[in-house]
Design a protein around this ligand. Structure first.
Ligand code: RB5
Length: 153
């Protein structure tokens, strides 16, 4: 898969390991930074990765900040992005299976490379189930387009 990867200063160290993990799994990785531990603003990196996913330049996105939470909030502001924070492989698997998540965010200050590898393998190795879940994902898209009535219908 073509994966765009980004982090802020709090996620930088784990991002460096994640790049090796993803490459080792055979993925094509584009690292959008950050490139060190100087303080930066996580929405800038969330925007770069989320835009690549929404625009089709990437098949999936991986973002790392201290908690993964700010990155998820920011990435989900980009239409077409379904970002989830996960530090547990089963949650990552379910986010693909039922929610067709296309961006995963990791808590760089709370998990290490071994756990990140398990979470990423679960996320990237699981296909969306479709069926009734497609209808629900479509309703998320309707909400995103300001069409709450369609989402309720
Ligand atoms: C940076 O200190 C921290 O706030 C950020 O990495 C992230 O955890 C925000 O959600």
């Amino acid at each position: 898969m073509r994966i765009h990867l980004g982090a802020d200063h709090a996620g930088f160290a784990l991002k460096e390991s994640v790049r090796d993990i993803l490459t080792g799994l055979g993925h094509e990785v584009t690292d959008v930074g950050t490139d060190g531990e100087d303080s930066v603003d996580y929405p800038d990196f969330a925007a770069a990765v989320a835009s690549a996913v929404a625009g089709g330049a990437a098949d999936a996105g991986v973002l790392v900040c201290g908690t993964g939470l700010g990155m998820a909030i920011a990435a989900n502001k980009v239409p077409g992005v379904r970002a989830i924070q996960a530090s547990d492989p089963e949650m990552a698997r379910m986010a693909r299976l039922h929610n067709d998540a296309n961006v995963i965010t990791l808590p760089g200050r709370h998990i290490g490379p071994a756990q990140a590898a398990e979470v990423l393998e679960a996320f990237l190795g699981t296909q969306f189930e479709g069926g009734r879940h497609q209808r629900r994902v479509d309703k998320i898209g309707a909400l995103e387009n300001g069409n709450g009535n369609a989402a309720r219908g």
